[in-house]
Design a protein around this ligand. Structure first.
Ligand SMILES: CC(C)(COP(=O)(O)OP(=O)(O)OC[C@H]1O[C@@H](n2cnc3c(N)ncnc32)[C@H](O)[C@@H]1OP(=O)(O)O)[C@@H](O)C(=O)NCCC(=O)NCCS
Length: 167
């Protein structure tokens, strides 16, 4: 379990807030999803402490139910809201003030594929897919799919095709 809960450590250097937040998220998620009743019970306690840290101290809504791949980078871990039904891939960067959630309800939520870089204050809402390696601009409001390696910026977001060197 220890490797698993420390999986984000190396991509958040000199960032103790992000490290602690992600350690608490991974620990709570691991315990809550455990097959062992005692671990699940411990998970309730862990969830309580995680809520205090994430919601009350840091101002981050990142429920343990949200599926997040390894090596999540959070350069400024505050003002972030992730829906429990959103799915985040591996090696994603989420900056401060980002919202990833439902457009009309709680369930129509984005899938963010691996290696996506999300700028500060961006909102990604609805049943959309942000393709692998895409870049989302600061303050973007993304309501439609973004292809892999493309950039999206503005409100509503304009999608700019994949960079030639990256395609
Ligand atoms: C979207 C982004 C990834 C695009 O970067 P890029 O591919 O290098 O694109 P460029 O900077 O060359 O910009 C291309 C065009 O898009 C515009 N643009 C870029 N980002 C924009 C944004 N967020 N909102 C509105 N327009 C934007 C530029 O003004 C430029 O327009 P022009 O061609 O008319 O001059 C980048 O601008 C961005 O927003 N990164 C996030 C950075 C961030 O969150 N920083 C916070 C650090 S704490």
């Amino acid at each position: 379990m220890s490797d698993g809960v420390l999986v984000d450590w190396s991509v958040n250097p000199r960032n103790s807030r992000a490290r602690l937040l992600l350690l608490a998220y991974r620990t709570t998620r691991t315990l809550r999803l455990s097959r062992r009743p005692a671990a699940r019970m411990l998970g309730r306690l862990s969830d309580g402490l995680y809520r205090v840290l994430s919601l009350w101290v840091l101002g981050v809504e990142m429920p343990w139910m949200t599926e997040i791949g390894p090596r999540l980078s959070l350069p400024h871990p505050h003002g972030i809201v992730l829906n429990a039904h959103a799915r985040i891939g591996a090696d994603v960067m989420i900056r401060h003030g980002v919202t990833i959630g439902g457009r009309r309800g709680a369930f129509d939520c984005p899938i963010v594929e691996a290696r996506v870089d999300i700028g500060a204050g961006a909102s990604l809402v609805g049943d959309i897919t942000i393709g692998r390696g895409a870049r989302i601009g600061v303050g973007a409001v993304v309501l439609k799919n973004v292809p892999p390696m493309a950039s999206a910026y503005g409100n509503p977001a304009v999608v700019v095709a994949a960079r030639p060197e990256a395609a």
